[in-house]
Design a protein around this ligand. Sequence first.
Ligand SMILES: [Zn+2]
Length: 245
Amino acid sequence: MSTVNSYLIVAGLGVDVVYKDIKNLHISVYPPVGRVRVAAPQRTTEDAIRLAVVQRLSWIKRQREQLQTADRETERKMVSGETHYVWGQRYLLDVSKSSGAYGVETKGNTLWVTTPSGTDATGRFRALDRWYRRELKAAVPALLKKWHPILGVEADRFVVRRMKTKWGACVTTSRTIWLNPELAKKDPRCLEYIVVHELAHLRERGHGEKFVALMDQVLPNWRARRDDLNEAPLGHEEWGESERA
Ligand SMILES: [Zn+2]
């Protein structure tokens, strides 16, 4: 693929840039964390991209606020019949059972969240959130075991931490990888991509050419996995020079 990717910080905002054979520049804000992505025509200058982002900053912030509000609304409801995702599969929530102990399990296409009677939506949400974190924690060690020898670097530990704008992070000084619990809702291939991406930062900081080359070498389909992770942009804007022909 001829696509060149880079990463910019504009007004404190992390922005993924993808150059494509398109005529107009597009900015998208992706759920769940409000990641910002710019698709730019080939040969767009970095200054032009920065300017475009700055000009749309209030729109971007509005999209991100809406995402966070949507999150809070989901937390409030937690009623039977809602759709929830586990490892990329769609389930219907059922909260009709109560028990002395908290329990979460998937059976068929039902996600059972069992709580002591009298538990409110927030309590049910927290029970489910704890379960997602446990699911993620259980899945990561096998991935580290697989990828440490391939990348020739090792993370000393990983932590599951909710982040508003990132799926993962790598603290190189303590060789720690942070993973967003939202990853337990996505296809496991997405988690693997994030684990590989963050481990790769132990070899290459930033998202420059060397980093991209390393990702291409060890995980050639990483772009498809990343796009899966960020599908269904919440907001989308388009502008640029007027289309000719
Ligand atoms: Zn990164």
